[in-house]
Design a protein around this ligand. Structure first.
Ligand code: ADP
Ligand code: ZN
Length: 599
């Protein structure tokens, strides 16, 4: 197993669980594998595929995902192919022939195609195993349900002697059980790896307005020059707006959402993968097909609707294990909009619960990583040191009077106002509603003038979070005070609020520089050499029509710039460089290093 790992993938050791999973599959038994994005799921079925006769059949939901995996394998000299509707007839013909002849080690296939072929090609070829990638797509409880996956339940009956491994990065307990049931897995062993992604920094910014978000993003991008990143937005319109605002500042960002044609979407995605565009403003439609290992950051312009979504989306950063940054913006308006969406769905209470947990994460006053890990069932009491709460613990103060002012204003309107109007009353603003309903006559009119409007928004959010009021969505989003809120209003309970911290964007600059230096690698890396290596990699990639990271990952490139191998052997000894790549690229890279060193 180790020899196969080293010679085909260039790695010296297995990650936790990989070895056990491979051994299990080699003994022809079913398995369910839960591993975070970037955890190394693929190796778990690729090594058994390489070690056995016949072909491993890999089911994957998206053509782009297959393409990336097949390119990656081929770039390591492994016989892999994808059977899908994107191929020409003659391509498919020759793949079929190769499969029958047993020349292909891994065949990637879409679920529809697999069902179509189950009584044809699949019967005529020797199979080593079935791997169902992104297996949560089979479950309605997951967040990427795909009807075409449900038919995969037939495989177990059709091919009783071939082991099936289902793999996913996101599955809570319900989804997990559903996957096993729907795939008819035969007494599967369940492998759960730690979901921790310590290389991803976590940061939440609460209640920033649009202008503040944009300026924060601009500074963030300044600190990540040339790095690839994704900005997730809630709506199509927002993706376009954010891209436009960035453009005004001279930052080019592509836009991706379901409203674009397939052709346009494909082009943007390819441009991103091939480093022609560094930044994408996208809706959640973007990313499923992206296996790009060197995405260095992910920003959420709005709150995602669940922790699963959030974790999967930030998980697209740093798949190569290098430090990567994530930033989440979160506002009261997001909560209101998402609650409305959730109320309109079929599974209302489930979706509301998921949203509340997401909100708890954003509001957390304990280590954010701890919340994420607990969500995925890993009881943790960590202080990760790599999230904003750990770096800058929140401070609290007695906010009883502030809360009483707000609740009292609401009470005096007979609970007939929303958040915006509440703040207008508190601040003494003559808005149209205030004037129309004569709220300026209320005793509470203007009692909160000393607090800026944006801070009121923040406090209102905290109050919602603490359960002092609810928003009635059936009644024009009017605020209803809860029994808990009434206790505070009538002086029966005290309230602690969190001090609002708004760091100035300018301050962020130097702070960030310091963090940048602390890459995992301890030996000094040669920055000038790294740029030269990057250029060489890009040239080699363009020559072959591959994305750069398929030639060599960022991680490997950093290692080369640090170790500076001067022989082909030394080049091949670097972690991540397999035999095939050593032969193929060794000479070019070593020549470049020798030339660089002689200067
Ligand atoms: P997943 O499918 O779980 O998201 P991948 O299979 O794409 O993750 O693996 C993520 C990255 O980790 C890839 O670059 C892969 O080559 C690398 N990787 C996998 N296994 C190992 C290992 N044993 N040692 C070093 N790197 C590994
Ligand atoms: Zn932390």
């Amino acid at each position: 197993m180790l020899t196969t790992l080293k010679s085909y993938f260039g790695y010296n050791s297995f990650r936790p669980q990989q070895e056990e999973i491979i051994t299990h599959l080699l003994s022809k038994k079913d398995a369910l594998v839960l591993m975070p994005t970037g955890g190394g799921k693929s190796i778990c079925f690729q090594i058994p595929a390489l070690m056995q006769d016949g072909t491993a059949i890999v089911v994957s939901p998206l053509i782009s995902l297959m393409k990336d995996q097949v390119e990656n394998l081929q770039a390591n000299g492994i016989a892999a192919a994808a059977l899908n509707s994107n191929n020409t007839d003659s391509e498919n013909l020759s793949i079929r022939y190769d499969c029958r002849m047993g020349h292909i080690k891994l065949l990637y296939i879409s679920p529809e195609k697999l069902i179509l072929e189950s009584n044809a090609l699949l019967k005529d070829m020797k199979k080593s195993l079935f791997a169902i990638d992104e297996a949560h797509c089979i479950s309605q409880w997951g967040h990427d349900f795909r009807p075409e996956y449900t038919q995969l339940g037939q495989i177990r009956d059709l091919f009783p002697n071939i082991p099936i491994v289902a793999l996913t990065a996101t599955a809570d307990k319900t989804t997990r059980e559903d996957i096993i049931k729907q795939l008819n897995l035969n007494n599967p062993k369940i492998f759960i790896s730690s979901f921790d992604r310590p290389n991803l920094s976590l940061d939440v910014k609460k209640d920033y307005n649009e202008k503040e978000k944009i300026s924060t993003i601009i500074h963030f991008i300044d600190d990540h020059p040339r790095d690839s990143g994704i900005i997730y937005c809630m709506t199509r319109k927002t993706t376009e707006k954010v891209a436009m605002k960035l453009k005004k500042e001279g930052i080019i960002a592509g836009v991706y959402h379901a409203g674009l044609s397939a052709l346009e979407r494909n082009k943007i995605q390819e441009d991103f993968i091939n480093d022609r565009i560094a930044i994408i403003c996208a809706t959640v439609a973007f990313g499923m097909g992206i296996d790009k290992s060197n995405v260095r950051w992910v920003i959420h312009y709005n709150l995602p609707k669940s922790i699963e979504n959030f974790y999967q989306e930030i998980g697209r950063a740093g798949r190569d294990g290098l430090p990567s940054d994530t930033l989440l913006f979160y506002s009261l308006q997001d909560i209101i909009t998402l609650t409305q969406f959730a109320n309109e769905t079929g599974q209302q209470s489930l979706n509301i619960d998921k949203l509340r947990l997401m909100q708890n994460y954003a509001e957390s006053q304990v280590c954010r990583r701890r919340i994420l890990l607990n969500y995925f069932g890993e009881n943790s009491t960590c202080q990760c040191g790599n999230c904003d709460v750990c770096k800058k613990p929140p401070q609290i103060f007695d906010g009883t009077i502030i809360v009483q002012k707000a609740l009292s204003a609401i009470m005096r309107t007979n609970e007939k106002i929303g958040v915006g109007c509440t703040i207008d009353i508190l601040r003494g603003t003559y808005s149209s509603d205030v004037v129309q309903y004569q709220y300026d006559k209320l005793k509470t009119f203007g009692v909160g003038r000393d607090i800026p409007g944006r801070d009121w928004h923040n406090y209102m959010l905290q109050m919602l979070q603490m359960g002092f009021y609810e928003i009635n969505y059936m009644e024009d989003k009017h605020i209803k005070i809860t029994p808990l809120g009434k206790q505070v209003l009538y002086g029966e309970a005290k309230v602690n609020l969190v001090v609002i911290q708004r760091e100035e964007s300018i301050l962020r600059k130097d702070k960030k520089k310091a963090i940048k230096v602390s890459t995992i690698i301890t030996r000094e890396e040669d920055d000038v050499l790294f740029e030269k290596l990057r250029e060489l990699r890009k040239r080699l990639a363009d020559e072959q029509g591959y994305p750069a990271y398929i030639v060599l990952s960022d991680k490997v490139l950093h290692l080369i710039a640090t170790i500076k191998p001067k022989t082909i052997e030394a080049f091949g000894a670097i972690s991540g460089i397999a035999e095939f790549k050593k032969q193929k690229y060794g000479a070019s890279f070593v020549a470049l290093i020798l030339e660089h060193e002689s200067k």
